[in-house]
Design a protein around this ligand. Structure first.
Ligand SMILES: Cc1cc2nc3c(=O)[nH]c(=O)nc-3n(C[C@H](O)[C@H](O)[C@H](O)COP(=O)(O)O)c2cc1C
Length: 396
């Protein structure tokens, strides 16, 4: 392949897996040069890293010899890709804040090459709000991620936080290094995401548990595949993926207006969990609770069926229309009915009775006129990639 990777090894227990990672890079003809942090040297010896990579290992920012032979700037640029594995909580915090107080963090700040991070840490460290903020920041900055995976941890706990296996990291690197196929290049795409909120009165609303993660993953993947992407999102707490134009809405009516405003669309994906009903007798002032009054008598009226309206357009219908069907029973039957009733080309059906909302994983069925394809449980990023590949085929 003739490519080279700068591997930055952080100070985590899974640093030992880097030895296997270097071996697998080398088996594929990928040259690896390594930087170890001071903490990393507690977990893996520079000697082992040097022996396997066949290269000098760098760790000192203020080394006269290294700066004259291969300085930190050259180290970070004379490579095709930078891999951070394990990407510890500490190292990601430094990256997210632009700190540069050792060789690893300085090289990461100085590089102009794509960066792939393979996070690894205890499950609580991973779910901590600070780590999640840093990950969102890094994604918005264009850092790529592989893992973390679910499973048993070295600390005896179980959950998300295990570093991706070396083979998964190598696959992610190969995908990033191979000449980019951009199957959606030049295509105009809009994606809806998140929930809608329908007001009861000025302070209360009706909504649902949608986190927006699947829609945002679709937007991120569509940009990577070369599309021009508008993301029409209900209220969510997610960072906008790089390169995506985001339109924020609150209600289903506003979402319909935003969808109709987006013209000359090649592909429209309706991933948002739009409220089916809104309150017809919405109060202009806050409803008061007092001893005499019973619970308010709310009346509902149907929201516009955005998917059906856009799917049924004559001249201005997007070339490909994809709907999502979140079901809690008879998933495939209901999704098949939706495919026929709403004028869609594809329906992505999922059972949301088992904690999909807010999760990073999804188990979906792809339903088209040709039949049903059931995918295994995958990350929302991988589900997004596969859906977009199916759409790209339909657009050809
Ligand atoms: C036994 C042991 C295992 C550790 N494993 C991890 C880990 O898997 N992930 C992590 O983020 N931090 C881990 N830490 C904490 C890091 O070593 C510590 O935050 C260090 O400052 C990270 O340095 P770095 O920025 O060079 O990666 C571990 C610490 C110890 C003592």
């Amino acid at each position: 392949m003739g490519k080279s990777v700068l591997l930055i090894i952080g100070g985590g227990i899974s640093a030992y897996k880097c030895l296997e990672l270097i071996r697998q890079f080398s088996a594929r003809g990928i040259k690896t040069r390594c930087i170890t942090t001071k903490a990393a040297e507690q977990f893996v010896t520079p000697l082992s890293v040097a022996a396997l990579s066949g290269e000098k290992v760098f760790s000192d920012l203020f080394s006269l010899t290294d700066e004259t032979e291969m300085g930190h700037i050259e180290l970070s640029r004379s490579t095709d890709l930078v891999v951070v594995a394990p990407a510890t909580a500490d190292l990601m915090a430094k990256m997210a804040h632009g700190l540069a107080n050792d060789l690893a963090s300085t090289a990461l700040l100085a590089t102009d090459k794509p960066v792939l991070a393979a996070p690894a840490m205890n499950v609580r460290m991973w779910h901590h709000a600070a780590t999640q903020r840093n990950v969102a920041r890094l994604k918005a900055d264009g850092i790529h991620f592989v893992g973390p995976n679910d499973g048993d941890m070295a600390c005896g706990e179980f959950g998300l936080g295990r570093m991706a296996e070396p083979a998964e990291i190598v696959a992610a690197v190969e995908a990033m290094l191979s000449p980019q196929t951009k199957p959606l290049a030049g295509k105009k795409v809009f994606i809806t995401a998140g929930p809608t909120q329908e007001a009861i009165d000025p302070v209360r609303y009706i909504s649902n548990h949608s986190s927006g993660k699947q829609g945002f993953a679709l937007a991120e993947a569509a940009v990577q595949m070369g599309a021009e992407v508008t993301l029409i999102s209900g209220p969510v707490s997610l960072a906008t993926p790089m390169g995506v134009k985001r339109v924020d809405i609150t209600t289903a009516d506003e979402m319909l207006v935003a969808c109709e405003k987006t013209k000359n669309v090649d592909l429209a994906i309706f991933c948002a969990a739009v409220a089916d009903w809104k309150v017809a007798n919405q109060a202009q002032q806050k409803l008061k609770k007092n001893d005499k009054s019973a619970a308010p008598d709310l009346k509902f009226t149907a929201n516009p069926d955005i998917l059906k309206i856009i799917g049924g357009l004559k001249q201005t219908r997007p070339k490909v229309v994809v709907g999502f069907a979140a079901e809690t029973e008879n998933v495939i039957e209901n999704a098949n009915a939706k495919l026929k009733n709403k004028g869609c080309d594809l329906i992505i059906a999922n059972d949301v009775s088992n904690g999909v909302f807010g999760s990073d994983k999804n188990l979906v069925h792809l339903i088209s006129a040709k039949g049903v394809e059931t995918w295994p449980q995958l990350s929302k990023a991988e589900v997004a990639r596969r859906i977009l590949e199916a759409c790209a085929k339909l657009l050809k």
